[in-house]
Design a protein around this ligand. Structure first.
Ligand code: NAD
Ligand code: MG
Length: 401
């Protein structure tokens, strides 16, 4: 058997997927691409298959897989083409696979990611939505199947790096306070509308919402960063990854995105992880953990930093952040619901159906109307997700008519 780590990259054609392939290409002596999976972009996938020669290439739909076959038909590329969620899940659990990069956007990533967890793989988690929607179940499965869960979200990767080694891989087992940790300081830039007149937020255009000042990302997470729902989802993600209470986490606005998050200890020490905002850093950290590899990231030059500032979030500017923090305390039904509603609302915003501030209205109305009782098993989670999507879509119809 080869000594190279065999990787599956879910969401290969997206922002995280491409950054992962960039890091892999710099470290081919250590990593090999076993399978790539993506949604519909067959043209991009064909380019990636030719460049990285994975054994398998999986598209979400049969028609996208057919397109991929056509693109590869007159090339020497021997990648075997498959389609569908089941195929992605099976490849994530394949015995030859060492690590799975979970970077599909949204709830679509849940089942393949859980399949990697159930096979006890090293799971590099970018797809925060899967953890937000299934929290306890996800973490219980990580423990039960002895999977290794490594955060890719830059904040969570920073927190992970600042935690004592004994806590880094103790998901759900250890409590932070008993290891000398007093707070997790979750930083966020505040997105593109940190200083914009609040009264004009209703007029925000799609182009304005997806133009993040510091990070280049997919469309959904860019809109989530503008509403700060992203920080809300990350708050819930931190609760599960680091086994802490909502009261252990403070959100800090840090517009320059140089500190990626911090951990405060009882003795007054605060450890921060810093660097230029480039997702290749957390990706390389998780790929090589506990070692370090070259990520191609420009080193931070402190003499270039003219401003280094911190403030509290203004919840009247970012009501979605408050909504997600409240949902985190309310429990799994609320977090599954808010995640699903937000996916529907953001997609409606990106389709030009609703305004920017309607995203909050739809999320709040869906949460308010939700009647879930018990949301623990996978079936209950998927049903809660389905009902919330239905309800959010109905509220959108009311906004648009
Ligand atoms: P993106 O929109 O750029 O890429 C999404 C990928 O998912 C694409 O490859 C797309 O083809 C694939 N996809 C979509 N639906 C699919 C389906 N049904 N089946 C299979 N593949 C499907 O998004 P991104 O910015 O790369 O974000 C991916 C995930 O990583 C999100 O959960 C996001 O929150 C998280 N994340 C991203 C960043 C970032 O800097 N981009 C940072 C932190 C976390
Ligand atoms: Mg993040």
């Amino acid at each position: 058997m080869s000594e190279k780590q065999q990787l599956v990259i879910l969401g290969a054609t997206g922002s995280i997927g491409l950054n992962t392939l960039d890091v892999v290409a710099r470290n081919t002596q250590q990593f090999s691409v076993f399978a790539l999976a993506a949604g519909k972009n067959a043209k991009k996938m064909a380019e990636l298959c030719i460049a990285h020669q994975p054994r398998y290439g999986v598209m979400a739909t049969q028609s996208a897989a057919k397109q991929l076959s056509l693109y590869l038909s007159n090339t020497p590329c021997k990648t075997q083409i498959m389609h569908g969620e089941q195929a992605m899940s099976e490849l994530c659990g394949h015995p030859e696979v060492d690590a799975v990069m979970s970077a599909i956007v949204g709830a679509a990533g849940l089942l393949p990611t859980l399949s990697a967890v159930e096979a006890g793989k090293k799971v590099l988690l970018a797809n925060k939505e899967s953890l937000v929607m299934s929290g306890q179940l996800f973490i219980d499965k990580v423990k039960q199947h002895k999977a290794t869960l490594l955060p890719i979200d830059s904040e969570h990767n920073a927190i992970f790096q600042c935690l004592p080694y004994s806590l880094q891989n103790a998901q759900g087992d250890q409590h932070l306070q008993s290891h000398g940790v007093s707070k997790i300081l979750l930083t966020g830039s505040g997105g593109p509308f940190l200083t914009r007149d609040i009264n004009t937020l209703k007029d925000v255009t799609i182009a304005e919402a997806v133009a993040h000042p510091n990070w280049s990302m997919g469309q959904k997470i860019s809109v989530d960063s503008a509403t700060m729902m992203n920080k809300g989802l990350e708050f819930i993600e931190a609760k599960w990854l680091f086994n802490c209470d909502p009261s252990d986490i403070d959100v800090v606005i840090h517009p320059q995105s140089i500190i990626h998050s911090m951990v405060q200890y009882h003795d007054g020490s605060i450890l921060a992880q810093m660097g230029n905002p480039d997702m290749r850093t957390p990706i390389a950290h998780a790929l090589a953990y506990p070692e370090r590899i070259n990520a191609g990231v420009k080193p931070l030059n402190f003499s270039d930093i003219s401003d280094f500032s911190f403030t509290k979030p203004d919840f009247s500017r970012y009501p979605n952040l408050q909504l997600a923090i409240d949902a985190c305390s309310a429990g799994q039904g609320a977090t599954t619901t808010v995640n699903a509603a937000n996916e529907i609302a953001v997609s409606a915003f990106l389709n030009g159906e609703i305004g920017f501030t309607d995203i909050y209205t739809i999320n709040a109305q869906t949460l308010e109307a939700a009647t879930y009782t018990n949301v623990q098993s996978l079936d209950e989670i998927l049903e809660c997700d389905r009902l919330a999507r239905l309800s959010a879509s109905q509220f959108i119809t009311k906004v648009t008519h």
